[in-house]
Design a protein around this ligand. Structure first.
Ligand code: NAD
Length: 254
């Protein structure tokens, strides 16, 4: 799980899972460009190059990616992590919300990948890791729009992997369960009873706890590192068993 001498770009690297990915890539020996609406949250380190960028704006992405490539002499790894939430049934989210969430979560990955590919093509260890979700593979209540966006991330990962395998560029995604990040803290803050809601979310996971951001980051580093050179077109679940396990309900006391 080493990335010595490699240069990574992490979108949304200023908070939560993205920030944990930056820290894990640094620990694995990489230098990291952080592209975020608010890059101030990125770790302070001479091997981190923070740039303000919006994945919904191709011009800002092109400038930010060029800035990282200039600073570090190329780009080998792209972690498409930036994403936004959407809560509600199909009747709750209006057209503007649909356009905004798909623009950031889906088209944002397409834009970032397109502007980074010329640099990845010059790398001998090129890898793309996209941030999917348990929502891509399991029906969660009141997540229609968000699930549609993450299902698209999974499908796009497979299609990108097919297009790029001949050029030696690997493309995979990670599908986390519920992860303890500022994002989930915001969701809990909106709940009627945040403490009860956190207990409910933890209980939904077969291990009885939330995933941690460093646990997701470890999977990202594996898929980004040349150590996973035989892995492309896959989705790696980091979800405390939420997708795959079917547990029997607790037995009733006699
Ligand atoms: P977070 O809100 O803590 O961090 C998201 C980061 O992305 C922030 O720094 C934000 O500024 C940045 N960002 C948002 N929109 C952007 C844009 N348009 N351009 C550039 N940067 C932008 O969220 P998180 O929990 O760390 O989630 C990160 C990713 O993980 C998202 O794609 C999310 O869908 C996915 N995910 C999260 C969970 C979870 O439970 N937290 C579960 C599965 C998947």
């Amino acid at each position: 799980m080493r990335c010595d001498g490699l240069v990574a770009v992490v979108t949304g690297g200023g908070s939560g899972i993205g920030r944990a990915c930056v820290e894990a890539l640094l620990a694995a020996g990489a230098r990291v460009g952080v592209l975020d609406l608010d890059p101030a949250g990125a770790p302070t380190d001479p091997r981190v190059h923070p740039v303000r960028a919006d994945v919904a704006d191709r011009a800002s992405l092109a400038a930010a990616v060029a800035s990282v490539a200039d600073a570090y002499g190329g780009i080998d790894i792209l972690v498409n992590n930036a994403g936004i939430s959407a809560v509600g049934t199909v009747e709750d989210n209006d057209d503007a919300q649909w356009a905004r969430v798909l623009d950031v979560n889906v088209t944002g990955i397409a834009r970032t990948t397109a502007v980074t590919l010329p640099h990845l093509r010059r790398s001998r260890a090129a890898a793309i890791v996209n941030m999917s979700s348990i929502a891509a593979g399991a029906g969660l209540p009141r997540r229609v729009l968000y699930s549609a966006s993450k299902g698209a991330v999974h499908a796009m990962t497979l299609a990108l992997a097919a297009d790029l395998v001949g050029e030696g560029i690997r493309v995979n995604c990670v599908a986390p369960g519920t992860v303890d990040t500022p994002w989930v803290a915001r969701l809990l803050a909106d709940a009627d009873d945040p403490v009860a809601e956190k207990i409910r979310l933890a209980a939904r996971q077969p291990t009885g706890r939330l995933v941690t951001a460093p646990e997701v980051a470890a999977a990202v580093v594996y898929l980004a590192s040349p150590d996973s050179g035989a892995v492309t077109g896959t989705s790696l679940a980091v979800d405390c068993g939420l997708y795959g396990l079917r547990l029997a309900p607790p037995s009733r006391p006699d």
